[in-house]
Design a binder for this molecule. Structure first.
Ligand SMILES: Cc1cn([C@H]2C[C@H](O)[C@@H](COP(=O)(O)OP(=O)(O)O[C@H]3O[C@H](C)C(=O)[C@H](O)[C@H]3O)O2)c(=O)[nH]c1=O
Length: 187
């Protein structure tokens, strides 16, 4: 397994070891000890699975009371995945990083708690799995506009299919500080 830093400290790109043979392939998608050695927490409490069609964009979402760290990957299809540092006081506040995750490259992205997360689908369908470090709390869902000009994310599409909720989120510069997570080491 190879783990590489990204332009955002704490956000890690993981290339798990894949064992291919004439039957197909085998890979471990998570292993607490090995991932903890690479700085990825061993405490995931919830797995999520979403399926989306080409052109769908889910995000940019974050939580406040129960901020979720996420280990995200694609079983089938291809997505452009984005993490945005929105932690108050962070030196990389307002910066973003991205990775193309697919059922072919098997890459994973670890996104720490306190970051906004989203992805758009580049294939006919994308089966998206992720592990979360905290539980989902219906009243604890917040988000930012996918096309926030102050973020300048280079999405590889221009007219995504959004949920009604995702189409109404504010820009980062219009969100009051108390509605933004605090960097854990600054708590
Ligand atoms: C996230 C979540 C949702 N739900 C229910 C709530 C809704 O009735 C339905 C769809 O939820 P939503 O439209 O928020 O799903 P996504 O747009 O995929 O949201 C996710 O998308 C981005 C990319 C993320 O990183 C977050 O995990 C999450 O915000 O599932 C649950 O029951 N449990 C959950 O953990």
């Amino acid at each position: 397994m190879k783990v590489m830093p990204t332009s955002l400290p704490g956000v890690l790109l993981i290339q798990p070891r894949v064992f291919s043979d004439p039957r197909g392939f085998f890979m471990e998608t998570w292993q607490a000890h090995r991932y903890q050695l690479e700085g990825i927490p061993g405490r995931f409490v919830q797995d999520n699975y979403s399926c989306s069609t080409r052109g769908v964009l889910r995000g940019l979402h974050y939580q406040l009371k129960h901020p979720q760290g996420k280990l995200v990957y694609v079983l089938q299809g291809e997505v452009f995945d984005v993490a945005v540092d929105i932690r108050q006081g962070s030196p990389t506040f307002g910066h973003w990083t991205s990775a193309v995750l697919s059922g072919k490259n098997h890459h994973q992205l670890y996104i720490p708690a306190g970051f906004a997360h989203g992805f758009c689908v580049l294939s006919e369908t994308a089966h998206f799995l992720y592990k979360c470090t905290d539980f989902y709390e219906p009243g604890d869902e917040y988000g930012l506009r996918w096309d926030d000009p102050s973020l300048g994310i280079n999405w590889p599409l221009s007219a995504p299919q959004l949920s009604e909720k995702d189409g109404q989120y504010p820009t980062l510069d219009s969100v009051a500080q108390e509605y933004l997570p605090v960097a854990e080491d600054l708590r």
